[in-house]
Structure formats: structure tokens, C-alpha cells
Design a protein around this ligand. Structure first.
Ligand code: 13P
Ligand code: SF4
Length: 298
């Protein structure tokens, strides 16, 4: 019933529904496109629909708006925000820019519009290594996720890295001891982890990747069981794509992603709320690093 009403309103508004793998499974089931941050940014940059409904946290809706300033972008819950998106400051960036020659400010897409506007290029977890590798700069300020930044840094010993010290409060709670306990309980299971986890936890992994990469790895792998070091919303896609395989989630849920419910999706489409509004000049400045990411990732 609610699914039918959502479909009807979506057509009436000429809208497309995008959802991240971390949102509620019922919401994922109603979306036109479900994926990781990079995939969803690409879909948002190409859509011809009048309205984009983004089932995810605020920075995702803002990125869709930057890539489509003339379209209406709606968020089912305007309070769904990623805490890490704010974990860098204008002062940190300005200070390092003033002190350091040949510096590129690399901004994880999980960031506020303001932070993007002060950066040279954006990255997501699935393209960060490729994009940093394509930059000619010797010095890199990686904001806001220091864990993803350290994961990238390991691959480029010839570059100097600086960090703003941010972290994902969901992935960073995992400690090596949690994984060792889980591995002891399930010795055959492969450990798959997102690079937002701590370096000591990533060091115990059989595979490190974005949500999409984790799903693809599990699907292709000959292994039958997996310890899952990312938000358990991915289980919906994993169970669809990997029947018969077993997953042991160890990461807590992201409360912000879980704010998106089918009821809120329905009222968002019915009432046209909550529209993402960005100052035009800020939107233009923040779009440049996103476009550069899309170009470099091609
Ligand atoms: P990806 O889906 O790009 O791996 O990102 C994970 C995440 O934390 C999104 O908020
Ligand atoms: Fe932000 Fe972490 Fe939630 Fe992703 S999982 S939205 S990085 S708090």
C-alpha cells in the first residue's frame, strides 16, 4: 500500500529515488537506484528527472544538488546528517595552505558543502586511491576522515599527508579485539572491512573496500561466510546477491542513515519536503572538486 503510493507520487513528480546501502531495507526496496556514494553521485549527475529524492544523509543530498543546481533535491529527513561531515575547519585548511607549497586539499565526499568549497578535489572510498595517485602534488591534506586518509597514505610513501583528525563514529568503534574474538568464533569466515575503520582493524582484514566493493567481493568469493566490518544495512543487498552465504555483522548501525523510513519517504514525495537549499555561490565552489573527482575517476 505505502509502496504503491510512493510509486504513484514519484511518477506524478517526475522523481527518481536514490538510496544508500545503509538505509532501511524497506526503503532500499522502493528505490530506483541503490549503491555506494560514488555510484549514487554518478547517477545524480546524469539523471533527467525533475526531482531527486535522496534516501541517505545530508551530504549526499547536497552533492546531488551541487551536480544539478537547477533540479529539486529532497531529503526525507532533514536531520539525517553524517557527524564526520563537519570534522575539519576552515582555519585548519587556511593555515596549511599558507604554510605548505604544492598542497592539494583532498576532501572525502562525506563532508559539508563548506568543506568541499574549500577543497581541490573530492574522493569517495571507492576511488580515493586512484584519485590521490592522479594528483601531481607532493603534499596532501586529507579531510575529514583520518582513517580513510591513512589507508590512502600507505599506498603513497613518496607523498606527505596531513589530516584534520575526523572519523566515522560508526566504523571507528571497532577494535582489533572485537575482530579477533569474532575470528575465533568463525575461523573459516573472511573478514571484510570498510576503510573508515581504524588502521589496526583494517590490518586484520582479508579485503578492504567501499560498500559496493565489499558486496562484489562477497558475491565472487569462494568463501561461504564473512565477518562484516561495515554498517549492517548492506546485508539486504548481500542476502539478495549471495544466497546461502553467511554474514556476521560486527559494526553498529548508523543512526542517521536509519532515520530514513518508508513513511518519511512517502511524506517527502507528497509534501515536497525537505528541499536541499544551498547558497548559489557556495554551490558553484563546492561543485568544482566534485566534478574534478568525476573527471579523474573516468
Ligand atoms: P561508501 O558507500 O562510499 O562505501 O561510503 C560509506 C559511508 O560511510 C557512507 O556514509
Ligand atoms: Fe557518516 Fe559513518 Fe554514518 Fe557513513 S556510517 S553516514 S560516515 S556516520
Amino acid at each position: 500500500m505505502i509502496a504503491e503510493e510512493i510509486k504513484r507520487l514519484k511518477e506524478e513528480r517526475n522523481a527518481v529515488i536514490l538510496a544508500h546501502y545503509y538505509v532501511d531495507s524497506q526503503v532500499q526496496a522502493m528505490a530506483d537506484y541503490v549503491g555506494d556514494s560514488f555510484y549514487l553521485a554518478k547517477v545524480a549527475s546524469k539523471t533527467d528527472k525533475e526531482t531527486i529524492v535522496f534516501c541517505g544523509v545530508r551530504f549526499m543530498g547536497e552533492s546531488a544538488k551541487m551536480l544539478n543546481p537547477d533540479r529539486c533535491v529532497l531529503l526525507p529527513d532533514e536531520t539525517a546528517d553524517c557527524p564526520m561531515a563537519h570534522m575539519a575547519s576552515e582555519e585548519q585548511i587556511a593555515r596549511l595552505r599558507a604554510q605548505t607549497e604544492d598542497l592539494a586539499v583532498v576532501c572525502y565526499i562525506n563532508s559539508s558543502a563548506k568543506l568541499k568549497s574549500l577543497s581541490d578535489v573530492c574522493v569517495t572510498s571507492s576511488n580515493a586511491v586512484r584519485i590521490v595517485g592522479a594528483l601531481p602534488n607532493k603534499n596532501i591534506l586529507f579531510i575529514p576522515d583520518a582513517n580513510l586518509g591513512a589507508y590512502v597514505q600507505e599506498r603513497f610513501p613518496e607523498k606527505n599527508f596531513y589530516f584534520s583528525g575526523g572519523y566515522c563514529p560508526v566504523h571507528a568503534v571497532l577494535l582489533p579485539q572485537d575482530i579477533l574474538t569474532e575470528k575465533k568464533a568463525h575461523p573459516q569466515a573472511k573478514f571484510l572491512v570498510h576503510p573508515e575503520a581504524r588502521g589496526e582493524v583494517c590490518a586484520l582484514a582479508d579485503f578492504i573496500g567501499s560498500t559496493s566493493e565489499i558486496i562484489e567481493y562477497a558475491q565472487k568469493s569462494d568463501a561461504e561466510s564473512f565477518i562484516l566490518g561495515t554498517e549492517p544495512g548492506v546485508l539486504y543487498e548481500l542476502e539478495n546477491r549471495c544466497p546461502g552465504k553467511t554474514f556476521y555483522p560486527v559494526t553498529p548501525v548508523c543512526e542517521d542513515m536509519k532515520r530514513i523510513t518508508p513513511e518519511k519517504l512517502l511524506s517527502c514525495l507528497r509534501d515536497g519536503k525537505y528541499e536541499v537549499k544551498l547558497d548559489a555561490a557556495l554551490c558553484e565552489r563546492a561543485e568544482r572538486p566534485l566534478e574534478r573527482m568525476l573527471e579523474l575517476a573516468r
